[in-house]
Design a binder for this molecule. Structure first.
Ligand code: SF4
Ligand code: SF4
Length: 119
């Protein structure tokens, strides 16, 4: 994963067209079945090479709704395969060896704590 939309999402739609890689889907297409917008972790690139910060979080009107998550790379495969994996809930890993760009200035601690991308 890269960024994740939490359950404070109000389904306003402000984020979806801001994503440069079409990683966001609305509640009707959320693969977890939750009534929330959803970020496909294997598509999200944390807006690296597109924007200075994740554009979805900048656009989101709901405070703290979009948070950091671990990068979706082979290096962190064990993290997602371990106790953090909740089937059908927290990620879809079509290609566990997929390499994605991600923001190296965001620490693992921030990611594990799921701290807000924008305060
Ligand atoms: S961080 Fe950027 S690439 Fe990732 S879902 Fe948000 S807008 Fe899309
Ligand atoms: S902008 Fe925020 S509140 Fe609106 S749909 Fe996206 S994640 Fe949900």
């Amino acid at each position: 994963m890269a960024v994740i939309i939490t359950d404070t999402c109000i389904n306003c739609g402000a984020c979806i067209d801001e994503c440069p890689v079409e990683a966001i889907v609305d509640e009707d297409d959320n693969p977890t079945g939750e009534e929330l917008y959803y970020v496909y972790p294997d598509k999200c690139v944390e807006c690296v090479d597109h924007h200075d910060e994740p554009a979805c979080a900048t656009a989101c009107p709901t405070e703290g709704c979009i948070t950091w998550d671990m990068p979706h790379t082979a290096e962190y495969k064990e993290f997602f395969a371990g106790p953090n994996y909740i089937e059908g809930k927290n990620y879809v890993m079509d290609d566990p060896d997929a390499e994605q760009p991600f923001r190296s200035d965001i620490s693992d601690e921030i990611r594990k704590n799921r701290e807000p991308v924008v305060e």
